[in-house]
Design a protein around this ligand. Structure first.
Ligand code: SF4
Length: 257
């Protein structure tokens, strides 16, 4: 039997901020950013390497950090979060992000039930949406998933359509709240958008669909034009038969973490 003592995880940051992406923009959340990612998206703007220490915000929203060594046990992570989740900061959710947090799914599956009990906050997960087996280990403790569908014409990486489809099937089977995010850049292909719409439509998912235009702060600056984004919004909305939103990364506009 797995115990909390046996497990540890590599975490890069723990902090408090307002959510900057997707339909939950503006919610005040406690962020846990896990190290490492299995992908290498051209537009990635997040450090994904394994770090020797964890940066922990001293006071929620202060932007001032102290460090403790990696890796963290479940108990250590819970205690650090308890120190930040003080009533005067009124957090809405716990937000698990990365990197790709599902690379450490065995840890997350033990951590989340304890975190739900201790913090009494809904749990949101941000993920690349292409690790369905790992997601299945954790889904019962997740209230909302912000999942990507990765467009190869934008990521510069191989397609993962089947994995995304399996991931959506788990969300549908569990009735988990979800937002599907598609990062779009100047090179986004119609074929990729058609394929993404097809797997969303055939999965039966009614999750909110968001087009997130790449920004100039990305590793590549293949920022799409306003005309491109509006054309893709219409293309996706017609293909899905429902509303598709365009939402940029708002935390960058506000100077938030
Ligand atoms: S999946 Fe996310 S964290 Fe990983 S490389 Fe792509 S953008 Fe970066």
């Amino acid at each position: 039997m797995t115990t909390t003592k046996q497990l540890s995880a590599f975490v890069s940051e723990i902090f408090s901020s307002a959510q900057g992406e997707g339909v939950n923009i503006g919610r005040r959340q406690l962020f846990v950013r896990f190290c490492e990612c299995h992908r290498n998206c051209l537009y990635c703007d997040t450090p994904v390497e394994r770090t020797e220490s964890v940066a922990i915000e001293q006071e929620p929203g202060s932007g001032k950090f102290e460090t403790v060594p990696n890796p963290l046990t479940v108990r250590q992570l819970l205690d650090l979060l308890a120190g930040l989740n003080r009533p005067e900061f009124a957090h809405d959710d716990l937000f698990i992000t990365g990197g790709e947090p599902l690379l450490q799914a065995d840890f997350v599956a033990v951590f989340l039930p304890e975190a739900r009990k201790q913090l009494d906050l809904p749990v949101h997960l941000e993920t690349s949406g292409d690790l369905p087996e790992e997601f299945a280990k954790t889904v019962e403790w997740i209230d909302h998933v912000l999942m990507d569908i990765k467009l190869p014409s934008v990521t510069g990486e191989p397609e993962a359509w089947a994995m995304h489809r399996d991931f959506l099937d788990i969300i549908e089977g569990e009735g988990t709240g979800a937002t599907i995010k598609l990062v779009v850049g100047a090179d986004t292909s119609d074929a990729d958008l058609t394929q993404a719409a097809e797997i969303i439509r055939t999965s039966g998912s009614q999750a909110a669909v968001v087009l997130q235009p790449m920004t100039a702060a990305s590793k590549t600056s293949r920022v799409p034009s306003a005309g491109q984004v509006l054309a893709w919004q219409s293309q996706m909305a017609v293909a899905l038969g429902r509303s598709v939103r365009v939402i940029p990364q708002c935390h960058k506009m506000m100077g938030l973490l």
